[in-house]
Write a protein that binds this ligand. Structure first.
Ligand SMILES: [Cu+2]
Length: 111
C-alpha cells in the first residue's frame, strides 16, 4: 500500500513537470546589428521567466545584467536560454557586454 502510494505520487510529479515548465512565459529577444529587439519588453512580475536570446550577428555577444544577476555568452548566430525571476515589479536593465554602447534593453516587470 505504501509503495503504491509513493508510485502514485511519483507519477503525479512526472505528469505535472512538463505542465509547470510550459507555464513559464517565454520572452524572445533578438540581437541584430548589436542592438536588442525589442529593447524594452513588458513581462509578468512574480513568475519565473524563460528568456530566449537569439544572436543574428556574426560575432559573439555576452548577455549581461547586474539587475538580474545574469551573464551568459551568446554565440555568433546562436541562441541561449536564461531563466530569471520571479521578479518584483520594476525595470531591469540588461546589455551586451561586447557592444554595451548600442546593445541595451530593459525588462519591465508588471503585476
Ligand atoms: Cu560580463
Amino acid at each position: 500500500m505504501q509503495t503504491l502510494r509513493k508510485l502514485v505520487i511519483a507519477s503525479a510529479l512526472v505528469l505535472a513537470l512538463p505542465a509547470a515548465l510550459a507555464e513559464q512565459p517565454e520572452i524572445r529577444l533578438v540581437l541584430e546589428n548589436h542592438r536588442f529587439s525589442p529593447a524594452e519588453i513588458t513581462v509578468p512580475a512574480g513568475r519565473k521567466l524563460k528568456l530566449v536570446v537569439e544572436n543574428r550577428d556574426a560575432t559573439p555577444e555576452e548577455f549581461e545584467s547586474y539587475a538580474l544577476n545574469r551573464e551568459k555568452i551568446v554565440p555568433a548566430r546562436g541562441s541561449i536560454i536564461v531563466f530569471v525571476g520571479p521578479l518584483k515589479p520594476g525595470r531591469y536593465e540588461f546589455f551586451g557586454e561586447f557592444n554595451a554602447s548600442t546593445a541595451r534593453g530593459w525588462l519591465v516587470a508588471q503585476p
